[in-house]
Write a new protein. Structure first.
Length: 174
C-alpha cells in the first residue's frame, strides 16, 4: 500500500497491488506503475505491516522496494524467498499461473514474449510454473505485461552494484 494526499490534504492509505520477495535481504519486486518513488510505502504479509523504502524503477516496468521496520513493534518480519523457474525450460502446452487477487492460468505457446491482460490491482502478481517456481512478475502497464525473473535478477545485481559504488551517498525514500 502507499500513502497519498486526499482532496482535503489528509493522508490516505490505498492498496497499490502485489509483489514478492526476491532476495534474502528483503528486496521486493513490485509493478513499477504502482511504486515510482513518490510517497510512503508499506508492505503487508502474514507477519504484519512493514515500512518499505523505494530502491529503483527498472525500464522493464518493475520496481524494487526494501522491507523495513514494522509499523507495530509487536510484529516480527518473517518471509520466504520463492524458488525461481526458467521460462526457457517451459514446454509448449504447459500451464502458467498468475497468482494475484485471483488465480488465472494460460497455456504456454512457446512464445517467450508473454502477453497477458493484467488488472491494475493484480500488478506485481507472481507468474508461476506448475511446480510453484516464479517465472516472472505480471505488470499492469499498457505495453509491457510481463517481466522475466532473469530480468529482475539482472536489474537487482545492477542495483546492488550501483549501491556499492555510491556507498558514501545514502539513498532515502520519500
Amino acid at each position: 500500500s502507499r500513502e497519498i494526499l486526499g482532496s482535503e490534504g489528509q493522508t490516505i492509505e490505498v492498496s497499490a497491488g502485489r509483489g514478492f520477495v526476491i532476495s534474502s535481504n528483503g528486496i521486493v519486486a513490485v509493478d513499477g506503475s504502482l511504486a515510482d518513488n513518490k510517497g510512503v510505502y508499506y508492505l503487508k504479509n502474514d507477519s504484519g505491516k512493514f515500512k518499505a523504502d523505494f530502491i529503483s524503477l527498472d525500464k522493464a516496468g518493475f520496481s524494487f522496494l526494501k522491507l523495513g521496520d514494522p509499523v507495530d513493534s509487536k510484529d516480527k518480519l518473517v518471509f520466504a524467498v520463492p524458488a525461481f523457474g526458467d521460462l526457457e525450460k517451459m514446454k509448449i502446452g504447459q500451464k502458467i499461473l498468475v497468482l494475484g487477487s485471483s488465480v488465472s492460468s494460460f497455456i504456454f505457446d512457446g512464445n517467450k514474449d508473454i502477453k497477458m491482460s493484467v488488472a491494475k490491482s493484480n500488478g506485481g502478481a507472481a507468474v508461476l510454473n506448475l511446480d510453484g517456481n516464479v517465472l516472472g512478475i505480471a505488470l499492469s502497464g499498457e505495453t509491457i505485461s510481463f517481466a522475466l525473473i532473469s530480468a529482475i535478477n539482472n536489474a537487482l545485481k545492477l542495483s546492488d552494484s550501483s549501491a556499492a559504488t555510491m556507498s558514501a551517498t545514502p539513498v532515502l525514500a520519500p
